[in-house]
Design a protein around this ligand. Structure first.
Ligand code: 5GP
Ligand code: ZN
Length: 112
């Protein structure tokens, strides 16, 4: 499958890792939109939140369970925002489930 994030997860494409375990990977976004902009992905291919189901939701919980640990590791003691774009209207460009972890400045009140 020609999926950029699968290739990052299996090491074919390099990334700047900030956290890794057997189920997930977190790495810096290539085009950061905040001082800290990390992408958290499952190692297994799930196209988007639309594909989350009983068989794969454990890894989603696993990612969200580790998010605050990664946030603290990144120094986001003043707060952070997690976003997952799903589908065309949300502007999803990479169809491998990912959670943007954003922080390091006041993120404003627009878009939640
Ligand atoms: P989306 O728009 O699908 O929610 O977000 C995709 C994100 O992936 C974008 O913020 C984009 O900058 C990032 N991205 C796309 N290709 C790469 C890549 O090869 N490496 C890294 N580190 N980030 C990428
Ligand atoms: Zn993938």
């Amino acid at each position: 499958m020609d999926c950029i994030f699968c290739k990052i997860a299996n090491g074919e494409i390099p990334c700047t890792k900030v956290y890794e375990d057997d189920q997930m990977l977190a790495f810096r976004d290539l085009n950061p939109q905040a001082p800290v902009h990390v992408l958290m992905i499952p190692k297994q291919h799930i196209a988007s939140l639309d594909e989350v189901c009983d068989n794969n939701c454990d890894v989603v919980a696993h990612i969200l369970k580790n998010a605050h640990i990664i946030a603290k590791q990144e120094g986001l003691d003043n707060g952070y925002r997690i976003i997952s774009n799903c589908g065309a209207d949300a502007g999803q460009t990479v169809f491998h489930l990912h959670f943007h972890l954003l922080g390091g400045r006041s993120l404003g009140e627009n878009l939640v």
